[in-house]
Design a protein around this ligand. Structure first.
Ligand SMILES: NC(=O)C1=CN([C@@H]2O[C@H](COP(=O)(O)OP(=O)(O)OC[C@H]3O[C@@H](n4cnc5c(N)ncnc54)[C@H](OP(=O)(O)O)[C@@H]3O)[C@@H](O)[C@H]2O)C=CC1
Ligand SMILES: O=C(O)CCC(=O)C(=O)O
Length: 443
């Protein structure tokens, strides 16, 4: 089968799902030639099966706001693939959430979770609920209503959600509280929990730290490192904050952060004290432009950070935030590496340009796998009824990122001898799930 043929087969069934089609197309480009060389995957129709979620649940989420009015949101859970373990993946609360976005995220999660080497299948869920400008009481009532339906579809051996955009420690706490209340039992049904009630140390830091560990791996493979590099980061949420913290710890200078209103450009570099201010700001749902007023740096209203000259760009906000033009600008300004903290932040055209330009590219499913890795470790600790130290979890995280890098090298060599991390991550993620699906029969 040709790539175009397969994409039109998927497009016929999922015509109104552009983000999902984009993710499928990116993966198919790497995986289809590999399948041609291994015809049993074709005979078993693995690709046709892997793009079809095992189950999708869509539900009504009615709740009462602070003015006593009823509001209604839509809830989703996409249970994508359970061949190698229980469904696992975050919940996103953002007004843009729809089925296409959640299916692309769940699809990416299939390959990412496989790459970690841990026994986790894939899923993703969420709601079009906007947490911005909502009181804690409103967020709590929304989360309770959301879980009042979701609880019947999840379980510690069935489906274990976590956070994503708009779902942090506060939301996970409310969701877990409601699950525990309805079920009357205390189980590890969510990850990213507070450390007081079963959460793993290092989970908040894990995606950002893992991203920088992976970036350091791909640089070291070229005899280079983060030391002394100028880094631009987009976003200012969970992933961005800890990517920044680890980058400065490894000797880099980070000069930007952003939110959906604009970008701050601090040429002097954002140090630990300034980061503490950003954490306080963002964790209180304020805007990043406040930083520019306080530290008297440049604020680029309604702009992304990609025109700022840098060595390394770490997109950590959202999908399709770095397009072909942005990639061109980064390359022309001398960037040597782009590694994805967000899921699918680079458009397909941007990826093609980056790969053709031979600068280093760390695809999200490898580079941001640290978050779900520590979620997997949280599940292990919950099963053991035990908590590991920060050092132990961090050591395991670092080792998983090292192993993911090795898998990318193994499958990522191209005909001209260079390493495509895109190809390597897609094929390495695919093989484990495909083998499990074959072993489990046609289910
Ligand atoms: N949390 C995790 O463990 C993992 C997260 N990821 C991915 O990382 C990315 C960031 O997630 P996370 O840090 O957890 O989320 P947060 O909600 O903590 O932060 C999201 C950040 O991205 C910005 N943002 C969100 N949507 C948009 C948009 N449409 N345009 C511009 N900026 C936007 C937000 O700005 P604003 O405040 O203005 O909304 C905020 O700064 C996502 O792609 C997520 O899927 C990947 C792996 C694991
Ligand atoms: O920790 C998890 O289960 C999922 C994290 C996540 O949503 C992701 O990897 O995109």
């Amino acid at each position: 089968m040709e790539i175009d043929q397969f994409i039109s087969y998927v497009a016929q069934r999922d015509a109104n799902e552009p983000e999902f089609l984009q993710a499928v197309s990116d993966v198919t480009e790497s995986v289809l030639p590999f399948i041609r060389d291994n015809p049993r995957y074709q005979k078993e129709k693995i690709l046709e099966r892997i793009v079809e979620p095992e189950r999708v649940v869509i539900f009504r989420v009615p709740w009462v706001n602070d003015r006593g009015e009823i509001e209604v949101n839509r809830g989703f859970r996409v249970q994508m693939n359970s061949a190698i373990g229980p469904y696992k993946g975050g919940l996103r609360f953002h007004p843009s959430v729809n089925l296409s976005i959640l299916k692309f995220l769940a699809f990416e999660q299939t390959f990412k979770n496989s790459l970690t080497g841990l026994p986790m299948g894939s899923g993703k869920g969420g709601s079009d609920f906007n947490t911005r400008n909502r009181s804690d009481g409103e967020v709590m009532r929304f989360c309770q209503s959301f879980m009042t339906e979701l609880f019947r579809h999840i379980g510690s051996n069935l489906d274990v959600p976590a956070g994503d955009i708009g779902v942090g420690a506060r939301e996970i706490g409310y969701l877990f509280g409601q699950y525990k209340r309805i079920k009357g039992s205390f189980t590890g049904v969510l990850t990213g929990k507070g450390s007081e009630f079963g959460g793993s140390l290092i989970r908040p830091e894990a995606t950002g730290y893992g991203l920088v560990y992976f970036t350091e791996e791909i640089l070291q493979n070229k005899g280079d490192s983060m030391q002394g590099k100028k880094v631009t980061i987009s976003g200012s949420g969970n992933v961005a904050q800890y990517a920044l913290q680890k980058s400065i710890e490894l000797g880099a200078t980070v000069v930007s952060m952003s939110d959906s209103d604009g970008t701050i450009y601090d040429e002097a570099g954002i140090d630990d004290e300034k980061l503490a201010y950003i954490m306080k700001l963002k964790n209180n749902h304020q805007r990043i432009h406040e930083y520019a007023s306080k530290y008297k740096c440049e604020y680029l209203e309604n702009e992304k950070p990609w025109k700022i000259p840098c060595d390394i760009a770490l997109p950590c906000a959202t999908q399709n935030e770095l397009n072909q033009e942005d990639a061109r600008q980064l390359i022309d300004n001398g960037a040597i590496c782009i590694a994805e903290g967000a899921n699918m932040p680079c458009t397909s055209k941007a990826i093609h340009l980056i790969e053709e330009s031979n600068i280093l590219y760390g695809p999200g499913k490898a580079a941001n796998a640290g978050g779900v890795t520590v979620s997997g470790l949280e599940m292990s600790q919950n099963s053991l009824r035990f908590s590991w130290s920060r050092e132990k979890v961090d050591h395991k995280l670092r080792n998983v990122m090292h192993q993911i890098h090795k898998k990318c090298l193994h499958y990522g060599r191209t005909e001209d001898g260079h390493i495509s991390y895109e190809k390597g991550a897609n094929i390495a993620g695919f093989v484990k799930v495909a083998e499990a699906m074959i072993a489990l029969g046609v289910v």
